[in-house]
Design a protein. Structure first.
Length: 205
């Protein structure tokens, strides 16, 4: 169904393209609680969405961002801190709880608001630096990693015109690694994003 949505003939002929800008957060051994607002970092990306029906859509995402953490927030006796740049390539299925897409001839979006959920799979590359209390560690101070992740989240959409919309979106990613922060031996690390999307409908002009 997911791949068929990109090749289907008929009603669902319009694509939406867009860009995202917001913040990224780390969740792991160096954070006390779910997130630490002091460790908010930039995240941005591009995406392409295609509707299979008026409620279901498929989305391809690229997201780049930075996450960081500091033991002063959770384990001050240990004294490590880190930062990591990630690139995420994701395939998502999206469902509109409220609103959706109206496949009339003109391609107009007739709903003012929309509420949607999404989930899928992702491949994420990481480039991380772990820093000790006295400077960079002498053992693997900079390392790279590749992990699978499972994005899950939701968003609220405001349609500004027939072809443009703005979305507020939050998502969490469960990963298969404990190396986002460079320290192994604990639970698997997570990362989260909170972004604003701006979208444009393509087709049927």
């Amino acid at each position: 169904m997911l791949l068929g949505a990109f090749g289907q003939k008929g009603q669902a002929q319009d694509f939406q393209m867009g860009f995202s800008l917001g913040t990224a957060f780390y969740q792991g051994d160096m954070i006390k609680g779910v997130i630490d607002l002091k460790e908010a970092n930039i995240a941005y990306g591009l995406f392409l969405r295609r509707y299979a029906t008026d409620k279901w859509a498929v989305r391809i995402n690229w997201t780049r961002g930075k996450v960081s953490g500091d033991d002063r927030n959770a384990r001050p006796e240990r004294g490590f801190r880190f930062n990591s740049t990630f690139n995420e390539f994701a395939l998502l299925a999206e469902y509109n709880l409220i609103g959706g897409y109206n496949f009339n001839y003109s391609g107009k979006q007739e709903d003012l608001f929309g509420l949607y959920l999404f989930a899928g799979g992702a491949l994420t590359t990481l480039n991380s630096k772990l820093v000790s209390p006295v400077g960079e560690m002498t053992v693997t101070p900079v390392f790279t990693d590749v992990t699978l992740a499972m994005p899950i989240g939701g968003g609220l959409r405001l349609n500004l015109s027939e072809r443009t919309s703005i979305e507020g979106e939050m998502a969490a990613r469960a990963t298969l690694t404990d190396r986002i922060d460079g320290l192994e031996g604990g639970a698997r690390d997570y990362y989260l994003t909170a972004v604003i999307n701006v979208t444009l409908i393509l087709g049927n002009y």
